[in-house]
Design a protein around this ligand. Structure first.
Ligand SMILES: [Mg+2]
Length: 394
């Protein structure tokens, strides 16, 4: 089998990759909806993979992996990797999880970021009201993650939150926290735990942008609340580096689990985090880290070091979800849950093959159709193509 073409279209805001072969099989991959600009970067790889056998996934990846980088520039390589596995599974007539080593679970735990409605403010009562709505959701999620501190508007809207000037975009704030900022953050977490009790796990996305002493003080102050993890306090999101030594200082100072890794590209950049025991939980995103086989390898190596897995994926779309489910089925017992992606309603009307409902009791049951196991309903999906992408499905 040979790759004869690769296309990329924007469907909604998600770049979608389609790899086409000479045997009539095709495969799909998807990147985050925050990256509508990615299309030319995906197409940059086209000439590098043409004429290669897509079922030799690793051989194709060897030709392109070196041209990726930390988020957002690992996404194109990652989405191409998903599409290759989709074809390899279809060609073998098996779900992708069989090719990754086989499943060790029949359903995959997922966690919810955000909630049914956006949070309405930055005060403790706002956080309490927000998480109480999550308890009522019919998906019965068992874990939720909420943004606080530098992963929230707090530095901008809470007076005297930091000692630095919080002007500029919310997600670029960084600096030492005041005692008032620290106390405000702790009060918001306490308010959420007051509502959730032990009925639902609470994880907190905190940065990046915190200083090491503040990260230690926050992690220690939250110890009584049994938080599932504190995410990306120092680096994360779009920081193109790791700083494992700083994370190690925090992790060694607290019993609260410390988490990072959604922006990291390739296994090599997790090596320091593992070997220095710098964090307790990692969150590689299969649509940024280099793909699902890359994620599998990282999870196994994490397990050897006693480090847990809570992979990122909140805006990877439905093909991103399908790819994530396939690999999560195979991950070792250090797996906690993957971040459930949320898509606009109409997306659910252009794809078939997913369970209905998708999330039951906080889990997604694994399906057994070949490849990633989901497909576009072409006549519906075509309605969402721009004129420029009109031939995507041809
Ligand atoms: Mg995060």
């Amino acid at each position: 089998m040979k790759i004869t073409d690769m296309k990329c279209a924007l469907i909604g805001d998600n770049p979608v990759v389609r790899i086409i072969t000479d045997e009539g099989l095709d495969g799909y991959g998807q990147a985050e909806s925050s990256k509508p600009y990615l299309k030319p970067h995906v197409l940059y790889y086209r000439d590098k993979i043409l004429d290669k056998d897509p079922t030799d996934v690793e051989r194709v990846m060897s030709a392109i992996r070196r041209y990726g980088s930390f988020k957002p520039w690992g996404s194109s390589v990652s989405a191409i990797e998903m599409a290759l596995w989709d074809i390899a599974g279809k060609a073998a007539g098996v779900p992708v999880y069989k090719l990754l080593g086989g499943k060790i679970r029949d359903r995959v735990r997922v966690y919810l970021t955000g909630g049914p409605l956006p949070i309405q403010g930055s005060n403790p009562e706002d956080f309490a009201a927000h998480v109480s709505r999550i308890l009522d959701m019919e998906e019965k999620f068992t874990i939720t993650k909420q943004g606080i501190a530098f992963h929230s508007p707090m530095p901008h809207v809470v007076p005297n939150y930091t000692y630095s000037d919080p002007s500029g975009p919310t997600w670029e704030s960084r600096g030492p926290m005041t005692e008032r900022g620290l106390k405000h953050t702790i009060a918001c977490v306490a308010a959420m735990k007051e509502v959730l009790g032990d009925a639902m796990g609470l994880a907190l996305d905190c940065g990046p942008g915190m200083m090491v002493p503040d990260a230690i003080r926050l992690a220690r102050a939250l110890e009584p609340y049994n938080i599932m993890w504190l995410e990306d306090m120092i680096t994360g999101d779009y920081t193109p580096f790791v700083l494992a030594d700083l994370y190690r200082q925090v992790t060694e100072s607290t019993t609260t689990p410390i988490h990072t890794g959604e922006q990291i590209y390739l296994r090599q950049h997790f090596k320091d985090l593992f070997e220095k025991q710098a964090v307790n939980v990692i969150g590689p995103d299969p649509a940024d880290v280099g793909g699902i086989a890359e994620l599998k390898w990282i999870a196994e190596y994490a397990d050897l070091h006693g480090i847990l897995m809570a992979p990122h994926g909140v805006i990877n779309g439905l093909f991103g979800l399908a790819a994530h489910i396939q690999v999560a089925a195979t991950l070792p017992r250090n797996y906690i849950a993957l971040e459930y992606p949320q898509a606009p309603d109409w997306w659910y009307g252009i794809v078939d093959g997913l369970p209905d409902p998708i999330v039951v009791d906080g889990h997604v049951a694994i399906w057994d159709t070949p490849g990633l196991g989901i497909n576009f309903i072409e006549e519906e999906a075509r309605k969402h193509l721009s004129e420029e992408d009109a031939t995507f499905f041809d």
